[in-house]
Write a protein that binds this ligand. Structure first.
Ligand SMILES: [Fe+2]
Ligand SMILES: [Fe+2]
Length: 163
Protein backbone atom coordinates (compact mmCIF):
# COMPACT_ATOMS: atom_id res chain seq x y z
CA UNK A 1 0.00 0.00 0.00
CA UNK A 2 3.01 2.26 0.60
CA UNK A 3 4.08 1.68 -2.99
CA UNK A 4 0.58 2.59 -4.18
CA UNK A 5 0.70 5.74 -2.09
CA UNK A 6 4.04 6.74 -3.65
CA UNK A 7 2.47 6.16 -7.06
CA UNK A 8 -0.30 8.58 -6.14
CA UNK A 9 2.22 11.13 -4.85
CA UNK A 10 3.88 10.90 -8.27
CA UNK A 11 0.49 11.16 -9.99
CA UNK A 12 -0.14 14.42 -8.12
CA UNK A 13 3.21 15.78 -9.24
CA UNK A 14 2.84 14.59 -12.85
CA UNK A 15 -0.66 15.93 -13.40
CA UNK A 16 0.16 19.22 -11.68
CA UNK A 17 3.31 19.83 -13.71
CA UNK A 18 1.76 18.64 -16.97
CA UNK A 19 -1.23 20.94 -16.43
CA UNK A 20 1.16 23.79 -15.68
CA UNK A 21 3.12 23.01 -18.84
CA UNK A 22 -0.10 22.86 -20.87
CA UNK A 23 -1.05 26.34 -19.67
CA UNK A 24 2.42 27.81 -20.14
CA UNK A 25 3.61 26.30 -23.38
CA UNK A 26 0.78 24.86 -25.42
CA UNK A 27 -1.78 27.53 -24.55
CA UNK A 28 -4.29 24.76 -24.13
CA UNK A 29 -6.68 25.52 -21.27
CA UNK A 30 -8.86 22.54 -22.29
CA UNK A 31 -5.95 20.16 -21.92
CA UNK A 32 -4.92 21.77 -18.64
CA UNK A 33 -8.51 21.52 -17.33
CA UNK A 34 -8.64 17.86 -18.29
CA UNK A 35 -5.35 17.14 -16.51
CA UNK A 36 -6.52 19.04 -13.44
CA UNK A 37 -9.75 17.03 -13.35
CA UNK A 38 -7.84 13.74 -13.45
CA UNK A 39 -5.56 15.11 -10.79
CA UNK A 40 -8.56 15.53 -8.47
CA UNK A 41 -9.29 11.81 -8.73
CA UNK A 42 -5.64 11.15 -7.94
CA UNK A 43 -6.11 13.26 -4.80
CA UNK A 44 -8.86 10.84 -3.73
CA UNK A 45 -6.51 7.93 -4.38
CA UNK A 46 -3.84 9.62 -2.30
CA UNK A 47 -6.27 10.02 0.61
CA UNK A 48 -7.56 6.42 0.42
CA UNK A 49 -4.08 4.91 0.37
CA UNK A 50 -2.85 7.18 3.19
CA UNK A 51 -5.83 6.20 5.33
CA UNK A 52 -5.32 2.50 4.68
CA UNK A 53 -1.61 2.79 5.52
CA UNK A 54 -2.58 4.29 8.87
CA UNK A 55 -5.07 1.52 9.54
CA UNK A 56 -2.32 -1.00 8.80
CA UNK A 57 -0.09 0.76 11.36
CA UNK A 58 2.71 1.55 9.00
CA UNK A 59 4.11 4.71 7.44
CA UNK A 60 4.17 6.41 4.08
CA UNK A 61 7.46 6.54 2.18
CA UNK A 62 10.11 8.71 3.82
CA UNK A 63 11.28 9.67 0.36
CA UNK A 64 7.97 11.22 -0.72
CA UNK A 65 9.42 14.73 -1.24
CA UNK A 66 12.01 13.17 -3.52
CA UNK A 67 9.41 11.16 -5.49
CA UNK A 68 7.29 14.27 -5.85
CA UNK A 69 10.18 16.39 -7.09
CA UNK A 70 11.35 13.75 -9.57
CA UNK A 71 7.88 13.21 -10.99
CA UNK A 72 7.25 16.95 -11.20
CA UNK A 73 10.38 17.37 -13.29
CA UNK A 74 9.41 14.46 -15.55
CA UNK A 75 5.94 15.93 -16.03
CA UNK A 76 7.45 19.23 -17.13
CA UNK A 77 9.69 17.44 -19.63
CA UNK A 78 6.69 15.56 -21.04
CA UNK A 79 4.65 18.78 -21.23
CA UNK A 80 7.48 20.57 -23.02
CA UNK A 81 7.18 18.08 -25.88
CA UNK A 82 3.65 19.28 -26.54
CA UNK A 83 0.11 18.01 -26.26
CA UNK A 84 0.42 14.64 -28.03
CA UNK A 85 3.51 13.52 -26.16
CA UNK A 86 2.22 14.81 -22.84
CA UNK A 87 -1.00 12.82 -23.29
CA UNK A 88 1.02 9.84 -24.52
CA UNK A 89 2.99 10.01 -21.32
CA UNK A 90 -0.29 9.93 -19.36
CA UNK A 91 -1.46 6.86 -21.31
CA UNK A 92 1.78 4.97 -20.78
CA UNK A 93 1.99 5.91 -17.09
CA UNK A 94 -1.60 4.92 -16.39
CA UNK A 95 -1.14 1.61 -18.24
CA UNK A 96 1.90 0.84 -16.12
CA UNK A 97 0.02 1.77 -12.95
CA UNK A 98 -2.85 -0.48 -14.05
CA UNK A 99 -0.43 -3.38 -14.53
CA UNK A 100 1.09 -2.74 -11.11
CA UNK A 101 -2.34 -2.62 -9.46
CA UNK A 102 -3.32 -5.88 -11.17
CA UNK A 103 -0.22 -7.49 -9.77
CA UNK A 104 -0.96 -6.08 -6.32
CA UNK A 105 -4.55 -7.39 -6.48
CA UNK A 106 -3.29 -10.87 -7.26
CA UNK A 107 -0.99 -10.72 -4.20
CA UNK A 108 -3.45 -9.19 -1.72
CA UNK A 109 -5.11 -11.64 0.68
CA UNK A 110 -8.71 -12.40 -0.38
CA UNK A 111 -9.95 -11.44 3.09
CA UNK A 112 -8.37 -7.96 2.96
CA UNK A 113 -11.56 -6.43 1.60
CA UNK A 114 -10.60 -2.85 2.53
CA UNK A 115 -7.36 -2.88 0.55
CA UNK A 116 -8.92 -4.75 -2.35
CA UNK A 117 -11.75 -2.23 -2.62
CA UNK A 118 -9.26 0.66 -2.77
CA UNK A 119 -7.00 -0.98 -5.33
CA UNK A 120 -9.95 -2.04 -7.51
CA UNK A 121 -11.47 1.45 -7.58
CA UNK A 122 -8.09 3.03 -8.32
CA UNK A 123 -7.55 0.58 -11.14
CA UNK A 124 -10.90 1.50 -12.69
CA UNK A 125 -10.02 5.20 -12.46
CA UNK A 126 -6.52 4.74 -13.94
CA UNK A 127 -7.99 2.78 -16.86
CA UNK A 128 -10.41 5.66 -17.45
CA UNK A 129 -7.57 8.21 -17.28
CA UNK A 130 -5.65 6.32 -19.94
CA UNK A 131 -8.72 6.02 -22.17
CA UNK A 132 -9.56 9.73 -21.87
CA UNK A 133 -5.98 10.73 -22.69
CA UNK A 134 -6.11 8.40 -25.70
CA UNK A 135 -9.32 10.05 -26.91
CA UNK A 136 -7.80 13.49 -26.51
CA UNK A 137 -5.10 12.66 -29.03
CA UNK A 138 -2.26 10.92 -27.24
CA UNK A 139 0.76 9.96 -29.33
CA UNK A 140 2.26 6.60 -28.55
CA UNK A 141 5.72 6.95 -27.04
CA UNK A 142 8.73 5.27 -28.67
CA UNK A 143 9.49 1.80 -27.21
CA UNK A 144 12.83 2.92 -25.65
CA UNK A 145 10.98 5.63 -23.71
CA UNK A 146 8.37 3.11 -22.55
CA UNK A 147 11.20 0.80 -21.51
CA UNK A 148 12.95 3.59 -19.56
CA UNK A 149 9.69 4.46 -17.83
CA UNK A 150 9.21 0.83 -16.80
CA UNK A 151 12.77 0.72 -15.43
CA UNK A 152 12.27 3.95 -13.49
CA UNK A 153 8.97 2.63 -12.09
CA UNK A 154 10.69 -0.58 -11.06
CA UNK A 155 13.35 1.36 -9.11
CA UNK A 156 10.64 3.45 -7.50
CA UNK A 157 8.48 0.48 -6.45
CA UNK A 158 11.48 -1.50 -5.16
CA UNK A 159 12.80 1.38 -3.05
CA UNK A 160 9.36 2.53 -1.84
CA UNK A 161 8.55 -1.01 -0.70
CA UNK A 162 11.37 -0.68 1.84
CA UNK A 163 11.72 3.02 2.67
FE1 LIG B 1 -4.25 7.10 -9.02
FE1 LIG C 1 -4.65 8.04 -12.90
Amino acid sequence: MRVNHVGEVCAQALYTSQALGARLWTQSPALAAHLEHASQEETDHLAWTAERIQQLNTHTSLLNPLWYAGAFGLGLVAAAWGRGVSLGFVVETEHQVEAHLNEHLSELPVQDHASRAIVSQMKADEVAHARQAQHMGAKSLPPPVQWAMRKAAKVMTTVAYRV
